[in-house]
Design a protein around this ligand. Structure first.
Ligand code: FAD
Length: 246
């Protein structure tokens, strides 16, 4: 029997964004606020991202995924937080950007969104997953039980967290260690038992770390279906993302 051809993916909506302002929200995190005439029509769930057509040296553009940090539909404003990790296209653009600059975006897309029925929630992120985590936490109801392990470059990168949820959160600073595969979050995960009840995990960060966190949770008895895990970046990978579902 031959496989049926997959139906084509529905086309993502297109957004012609114009920069309103850009400023640092932490030493290595720059917020860019955009506007567009039709932003009041952007329908998304916190945790979802846009694909940005980022200018590359030489005049071409490359696709880069960035999470919607917040959207104000009435004001037609949208913010994205860029980790300033190096002199690569996206952070270079975010550093140099001026009001009036434009950027084409497509989306939203992404499967890491809040599971409303879970008894408890667990976030494991590095700084690239922090914008998604912060936005998801802002929308969680009072009394939701949330645990979070957050890896950043240094303690200066710790961000204020606004949430009605009951949050137990640990910040883990690399303190000079290069970003990338490491055991910082994994060690903390291994040192604790999972709470009783039906949990939901959201794992977002460097791909091999995300995979190690996921494997640990599966070995600890969490169903794979209760773990949303996405590799947001990986040493040597240009743009794109890794589905981590093994
Ligand atoms: C769904 C999704 C949502 C995301 N949301 C955000 C977000 O809100 N904010 C955010 O800052 N990032 C986010 N990311 C990660 C971001 O898309 C990648 O970090 C992207 O590669 C950055 O593009 P670049 O132009 O800086 O580097 P690229 O040109 O893609 O890569 C060049 C080099 O830089 C390395 N690199 C890329 N990112 C990092 C990093 N963070 N630290 C160290 N080295 C790195 C690459 O491995 C490669 O070697 C998200 C990714 C996904 C998949």
């Amino acid at each position: 029997m031959t496989d049926m051809p997959r139906p084509p993916r529905p086309a993502l909506d297109e957004w012609h964004l114009t920069v309103v302002e850009a400023f640092d929200v932490a030493p290595r995190l720059r917020r860019v606020v955009f506007t567009a005439d039709n932003l009041d029509q952007l329908d998304y769930r916190p945790g979802q991202a846009l694909i940005l057509r980022m200018p590359l040296p030489g005049g071409d553009t490359g696709r880069r995924d960035y999470t919607i940090r917040w959207l104000d539909r009435q004001a037609k404003r949208l913010a994205i937080d860029f980790v300033l990790h190096g002199a690569t296209p996206a952070p270079s653009w975010a550093r140099a950007v001026q009001a009036g600059d434009t950027l084409l975006a497509h989306g939203p897309r992404g499967r890491s969104v809040v599971a409303p029925d879970a008894d408890w929630h667990l976030f494991c992120v590095d700084e690239t997953g922090l914008p998604a985590m912060l936005h998801m936490l802002e929308t969680m109801p009072a009394g939701a039980i949330v645990h979070a392990l957050i890896e950043t470059a240094s303690a200066q990168d710790e961000a204020p967290i606004e949430t009605a949820a009951m949050l137990a959160c640990q910040w883990l600073a690399r303190d000079g260690l290069a970003a990338g595969p490491n055991g910082l979050v994994l060690e903390r995960l291994q040192a604790r038992a999972l709470p009783d009840g039906r949990g939901q995990a959201y794992l977002m960060g460097e791909t091999s770390n995300v995979r190690a966190w996921r494997h640990h949770l599966v070995q600890s008895g969490m169903p794979k279906t209760a773990i949303a895990s996405e590799g947001y970046w990986r040493p040597g990978r240009i743009g794109g993302h890794d589905h981590v579902d093994d």
